[in-house]
Design a protein around this ligand. Structure first.
Ligand code: SF4
Length: 228
């Protein structure tokens, strides 16, 4: 008779971090809302198309640098047809102070062409159509859906990724895991503005090298500050 099969011992795992309680999660967003009741993107725009251009230009660039460029560009060309008419060379003269301007000019001209030819010059409102535009990925689509069209989406950039992990709001190893975690767990009443609050928190307070916990409005409910 053969010996009975034995179960292999489970591999030791590090203890998972306990999930943040709903009470603390709500307290964090209430504190962020109290400090800034109507958060806005720092990119300057006056239409969904201007926002799309600004967001495409903002990849690996500062909002301040993008605003300096678009303040000159938009009075001259702020529709897909007008930017298409500028051509790559014409557009480049306005955006050459911004990092990766060559590839951004190429993408924007192609995007304008698609908008004119397939969408009547209008920025589409669905994720699929937005992500089909040249140079527009999931993050940019999320910004447009949230900020231009009021959808409860979460565009996770480097700041939000860091803040979500540090605070314990939505720990995750990938951008998509953090996005899904934030969308799933953020109380609905805060979801529309959560993207802006978390970006601003990461940009000005919860900085990468040295978070300024001593002046942070959510410190008492933050995992990092509480040593969790
Ligand atoms: S308490 Fe510190 S670690 Fe936590 S969010 Fe604020 S700045 Fe970041």
């Amino acid at each position: 008779m053969s010996a009975p099969a034995t179960r292999r011992p489970a591999r030791p795992r590090s203890k998972p971090k306990p999930q943040m309680s709903a009470r603390r999660r709500r307290a964090i967003f209430e504190a962020l809302r109290a400090a800034n009741p109507a958060p806005r993107t720092e990119l300057e725009y006056s239409s969904p198309f201007e926002l799309l251009v600004a967001v495409v230009l903002s990849a690996q660039a500062t909002d301040k640098g993008v605003n300096l460029a678009t303040r000159k560009l938009f009075p001259v060309a702020n529709t897909p047809a007008a930017i298409l008419a500028l051509g790559i060379e014409g557009l480049t003269t306005y955006i050459r102070t911004i990092g990766l301007f060559n590839s951004k000019a190429k993408h924007l001209i192609e995007t304008c062409r698609v908008l004119v030819e397939r969408h009547g010059g209008i920025v589409p409102r669905t994720r699929e159509e937005l992500e089909a535009l040249p140079g527009v990925g999931r993050k940019t689509a999320n910004v447009i859906l949230n900020t231009a069209f009021g959808e409860p989406t979460m565009a996770v950039d480097t700041h939000i990724f860091r803040v979500a992990n540090r605070t314990g709001l939505a720990p995750g190893k990938t951008v998509r895991a953090v996005e899904d975690g934030l969308v799933r767990t953020t109380p609905p009443e805060f979801l529309q503005d959560a993207h802006h609050w978390l970006i601003l928190l990461g940009r000005y307070t919860c900085k990468a090298r040295r978070p300024e916990c001593e002046r942070c409005v959510i410190a008492k409910d933050c995992d990092y500050f509480r040593g969790i």
